[in-house]
Design a protein. Structure first.
Length: 138
């Protein structure tokens, strides 16, 4: 039986794409759905989805974590044909994208669908590492 104070807050280390930093973020109430964990960034105080395990992703093998992307992993043709990231566009696994704000190239490693029919892609960038980006925003 709990007495007095609430249980210790659960924290998960996550990168905030707004603050451009890694933080230990507090897990906030996820509502009805248990497939998405919501985190609160202590920097900008925004909320970010954290998908536990990524097992619902399309194109990722269960239990395998792609390694970091090195500059030499993308040849000049892939960079030349990279699509500029636009949150309203849709992407496929293995698409190479260019993120103008970060001046960085990355490869789409998985796709996810969040509650409310929102979609994200996880992109392994050369400099930024793995980042979750919105996809198909209308």
């Amino acid at each position: 039986m709990a007495t007095g104070k609430a249980a210790k807050k659960r924290m998960i280390n996550q990168h905030c794409s707004v603050c451009k930093k890694d933080f230990d973020m507090e897990v906030v109430d996820g509502g009805e759905s248990n497939d998405v964990i919501w985190l609160k960034c202590p920097g900008c105080e925004g909320f970010l989805p954290y998908i536990a395990g990524g097992e619902k992703g399309v194109g990722a093998d269960a239990g395998t974590e792609p390694s970091e992307l090195a500059p030499e992993d993308l040849d000049s043709e892939e960079r030349e044909n990279a699509r500029e990231y636009d949150e309203s566009s849709e992407y496929e696994v293995d698409d190479v994208i260019y993120h103008r704000s970060w001046n960085d190239y990355g490869k789409v490693i998985t796709k996810e669908e969040l509650p409310g029919h929102r979609k994200t892609i996880i992109v392994n960038f050369v400099n930024q590492g793995k980042i979750r980006l919105l996809e198909g925003v209308t």
